[in-house]
Design a protein around this ligand. Structure first.
Ligand SMILES: [Zn+2]
Length: 120
C-alpha cells in the first residue's frame, strides 16, 4: 500500500490488537493510516476526513494531539513518521475456559514475553 502514510499515532505500534501482531516475529507493528493520500471516496461515496490520511483511528489522533499540542504551542518540530514502527517481544497466548454446560471455549491475548527475571 504505497499510497498511504503510516499512522502518526505515538503509540500505534504498541497497541496489542490482533491486526497489528505479526506472530512469526513476535512484534507489534504500527498500522497504515485509514485513508489513501488522495482521499478517494470509499464504496459508499464518502470522502474521508483530511486527518484520516495521517491516522488509523480516532484514538491515534487524540494520542497525537495530547502528545504534541505543547510542541505546536512552543514551535518545536514534530517528527513525521515515514517508516513502519515495531515493538518486539510479544507472543499470543491461548487459554481454554470451561463454559456453559461443561463446554470449553478459548480466548486469545497478546502479551509481552520480556517480563522474565533478569539474571546477572
Ligand atoms: Zn494508529
Amino acid at each position: 500500500m504505497p499510497n498511504k502514510h503510516f499512522c502518526q499515532g505515538p503509540t500505534c505500534h504498541e497497541q496489542t490488537t490482533a491486526d497489528r501482531f505479526l506472530k512469526s516475529k513476535g512484534i507489534i507493528r504500527g498500522r497504515y493510516a485509514y485513508a489513501t493520500m488522495d482521499r478517494q471516496p470509499n464504496s459508499w461515496g464518502w470522502t474521508p476526513n483530511g486527518s484520516d490520511v495521517y491516522f488509523c483511528s480516532q484514538r491515534c489522533k487524540f494520542d497525537w494531539l495530547s502528545t504534541n499540542m505543547e510542541n505546536i504551542e512552543q514551535g518545536r518540530p514534530i517528527e513525521f513518521i515515514r517508516h513502519r514502527r515495531e515493538t518486539g517481544g510479544y507472543e499470543k497466548t491461548t487459554e481454554e475456559h470451561e463454559g456453559w454446560q461443561g463446554r470449553t471455549y478459548k480466548t486469545h491475548s497478546i502479551n509481552r514475553v520480556d517480563n522474565r527475571t533478569e539474571i546477572d
